[in-house]
Design a protein around this ligand. Structure first.
Ligand code: SF4
Length: 350
């Protein structure tokens, strides 16, 4: 557990972090990337942190990989690479820096460490978990294998290293349908997201997909009636759902895709009004690059993703903590499952 006061006292001793309108003005290029969604008053609060993080990043030869669900001041202010889980996993293998600061949840930092064992991987809050990753263990995978002998296990990247190590191949919401379709076996075990598995089962009807009963606490909150109510409240709005939503929600939407798929869809289609049925920060992060699209609520926040803040990123780089460590044997086995996914994605041109 973070001792916030100690952290703040120590940061204050090393950095001038008071709101600073002059510095905010000087950093207008950074602000221009988020000025539709961050007020100038908030930017004056964020600018000293952003400035300190950018300097420290150079000193430590660090890069910041940020998930699409980070808040705009992180996403636009300090990150080097942004993306969904697949994009961040692939980028972790390419970056030249000595240090990766993973702005996302713990399984993402573990994935970076698995793929880049020689690098120091930091997570700004070690308690940034995930309801999906916490829903299953290696013992759960063994139970599924016993129930469906011979069926390969496809685990979503939202799993711990231990679970990845017990799986045959990983997938993300960007590539799950293609990965499942490309496997030889007819029966496929998908873990841990029951809704992603059910949505993929509809996309790949030639396979018998069986699933674990995990779910994402953000996406499972949406109901088909919510979407019908949204449509009635604001007619003409394009409803775009993440495939971690239940299938009847996805069916009610106009489009479903991973966060990267959502960005591509909105960028290509440029609907006049769009509602993203996913985590709250997603719309804020893409609003500035798509001024012609009016993004309308809703706002379901992921409490795990929101544990990552500018203050904790600065602390992480200042103290070089929390370092993510994965047992070498587990990492080796998990790497095989993640690498199979990356190789197959490449082969399939995803
Ligand atoms: S949004 Fe859902 S799947 Fe993503 S980290 Fe949060 S709980 Fe996990």
């Amino acid at each position: 557990m973070f001792d916030l006061q100690t952290m703040r006292d120590q940061l204050a001793a090393h950095y001038d972090l008071a709101p600073n309108p002059e510095l905010a003005e000087k950093m207008s290029a950074e602000y221009a990337r988020m000025n539709r969604v961050v007020t100038p008053f908030d930017w004056a609060r964020h600018a000293p942190y952003v400035d300190a993080i950018l300097r420290l990043k150079k000193e430590r030869n660090a890069v910041i990989l940020a998930h699409n669900y980070m808040t705009p001041e992180i996403y636009h202010g300090v990150s080097d690479v942004v993306g969904d889980s697949l994009q961040l996993a692939m980028e972790a293998t390419r970056v030249k820096a000595d240090v990766i600061v993973q702005c996302g949840v713990h399984f993402m930092a573990e994935t970076s460490k698995i793929l880049s064992p020689e690098k120091t991987v930091l997570i700004p809050d070690v308690e940034a978990g995930c309801s999906l990753a916490e829903s299953i263990t290696a013992e759960g995978i063994a139970q599924m294998r016993a129930k469906y002998p011979g069926a390969p296990v496809v685990s979503y990247v939202n799993t711990t290293a231990e679970v990845k190590a017990a799986s045959d191949i990983c997938c993300t919401s960007s590539n799950a349908a293609q990965i499942v379709a490309a496997l030889e076996e007819d029966t496929i075990i998908m873990t841990p997201d029951q809704y992603l598995a059910q949505n993929i089962a509809r996309e790949v009807p030639q396979k018998n997909i069986v699933w674990w009963e995990g779910s994402c606490i953000v996406h499972e909150q949406y109901t088909p009636q919510d979407l019908r109510d949204f449509r009635e409240w604001n007619p003409g709005t394009r409803l775009i759902a993440h495939p971690e939503c239940p299938p009847d929600v996805v069916e009610e939407a106009d489009f479903s895709g991973s966060t990267a798929g959502i960005i591509k869809y909105v960028t290509d289609e440029k609907p006049e009004k769009a509602m993203l049925i996913t985590e709250c920060s997603m719309a804020s992060n893409i609003a500035d690059s798509l001024p012609e699209v009016d993004f309308i609520g809703p706002c379901n926040m992921c409490p795990y993703m929101k544990k990552i803040t500018l203050e904790k990123i600065l602390w992480s780089l200042h103290t070089m903590s929390e370092e993510v460590v994965v047992d070498l044997e587990v990492a080796e086995k998990a790497r095989v499952a993640v690498q199979r996914m990356l190789d197959l994605s490449k082969k399939l041109g995803i």
